[in-house]
Write a protein that binds this ligand. Structure first.
Ligand SMILES: [Mg+2]
Length: 229
């Protein structure tokens, strides 16, 4: 089944969880940071705390109409780290370490099929881009991955746009960046609410990357990026 609609002129990808993955995993990095600051936490405990802290920030952003900024992103991550690692000897040092860690390409790996898929879509004449709720650090991460060069001309980062996914304004900004109508862009991402529901509600066709088949009810979904081809 073709997942790129016939009328598509551009394809935008989510970054984290779609093209880029933390390596080692974020929970492992958080647990190790906690350990070095005097707090023993199992990865399961880290996950539970992280999910709760993350959800609070999602709720705050929803209440604020999905408005964001670099300051908001930094504050958001400071609170998530502080809540997740509550009990460490130096929370601000942990935040600084983790914030810097995830700013470097060595903390990440690129999806193994990304290069092939981006080259093939670009070869079909499609404009490619990145639409991410990550912050300014995405630039320093991208600098380490020549495989992602095909998306680099159209990188939309919510903290720079001023509105984050799933806000409709974010997807409209992506369409403008490609000089396309919103209906002519396909959005590919792994987050049901932020990517798939957000894009489709804004009038942009979307495909959910759902590697474990968690959302069988979603009509447009793939388990691997190569299924776009
Ligand atoms: Mg994602």
């Amino acid at each position: 089944m073709p997942h790129v609609p016939a009328g598509a002129r551009a394809v935008f990808f989510d970054a984290v969880g779609t093209l880029l993955f933390p390596e080692p995993g974020a929970l492992v990095v958080y647990a190790e940071t906690a350990r070095r600051h005097g707090l023993a936490l199992s990865p399961g405990a880290v996950r539970e705390r992280f999910v709760a802290a993350y959800r609070l920030e999602e709720d705050a952003d929803a209440a604020g109409g999905w408005v964001t900024s670099e300051t908001r992103e930094r504050d958001r991550w400071r609170r998530i780290v502080t809540d997740t690692l509550a009990g460490v000897s130096n929370p601000e040092a942990c935040f600084g370490h983790l914030f810097d860690h995830f700013a470097g390409p060595r903390a990440w790996r690129v999806a193994p099929d990304a290069a092939e898929v981006l080259a093939a879509l670009s070869g079909r004449g499609l404009l490619l881009g990145l639409g991410s709720n990550y912050d300014d650090r995405l630039w320093s991460v991208l600098a380490g991955f020549p495989e992602l060069a095909p998306v680099r001309d159209r990188v939309l980062i919510s903290s720079a746009v001023g509105v984050r996914k799933p806000g409709a304004a974010f997807f409209h900004a992506a369409a403008r960046a490609a000089n396309c109508d919103v209906s002519e862009v396909l959005f590919v991402g792994d987050d049901l609410g932020n990517d798939y529901v957000g894009a489709t509600a804004a009038g942009m066709p979307a495909v959910l990357l759902d590697p474990h088949g968690s959302y069988p009810e979603v009509p447009q979904q793939i388990t691997r990026l190569t299924e776009l081809l």
